[in-house]
Design a protein around this ligand. Structure first.
Ligand SMILES: [Zn+2]
Length: 186
């Protein structure tokens, strides 16, 4: 089966122009066929709550949830600063916890939700975990390993490919990041 990559067009409202300078808002992705699945927005809202927790702890606000059969298996947010480790990304913690909880590293029945396009490290992790599906919010033009800089979910040289739905609550997911960095610069 061909793996699909789908995009969701964000509806732009006038106040969105306030953060058009952000690196993280949904850029000019064009929409193709696939609408988000029914639960995608629901789970992404949960991931956004985790991103807010990260911001409250002065971490770059990225949140992640791993779901199997409509059930949350694990959740996390970025802890790079608190844990002093470059692997402290939300996705790494989330996937590791899920594997420990499920007692297996193959996660082909799982969907990972994350508020920001995974970086190259995390995209590689998703390949390693044989993830079933990825749903992310905002794009990361400076670091994204799924669409922006590399396309690791669909690279036929790798031994695993997975479905991706991008742009779910992208405006909200991008805004929490741009607000965070604006506060840091202030
Ligand atoms: Zn990452």
């Amino acid at each position: 089966m061909d793996k699909k990559v789908s995009y969701i067009r964000a509806s732009r409202t006038p106040q969105d122009d306030n953060h058009k300078d952000s690196d993280y808002v949904l850029n000019s992705m064009t929409t193709n066929s696939d609408a988000p699945q029914y639960d995608d927005v629901f789970w992404m809202k949960k991931a956004l709550e985790l991103a807010q927790k990260a911001a409250d702890q002065d971490e770059v606000p990225v949140g992640s949830i791993l779901v199997v059969d409509g059930r949350i298996i694990s959740k996390s947010f970025n802890k790079k600063e608190q844990w002093n480790t470059p692997i402290g990304h939300a996705e790494v913690i989330c996937v590791h916890r899920a594997s420990q909880k499920l007692g297996r590293w193959r996660l082909s029945d799982a969907t990972l939700y994350v508020t920001l396009e995974p970086c190259v490290m995390c995209a590689g992790l998703l390949v390693q975990s044989r993830i079933g599906r990825l749903v992310y919010g905002a794009t990361d033009p400076k670091g994204g390993g799924i669409h922006s800089l590399f396309r690791l979910a669909e690279d036929s040289r790798l031994n695993h490919r997975f479905d991706v739905t991008a742009g779910v609550l992208a405006e909200e997911c991008g805004k929490i990041l741009s607000d965070f960095f604006r506060r840091k610069r202030a």
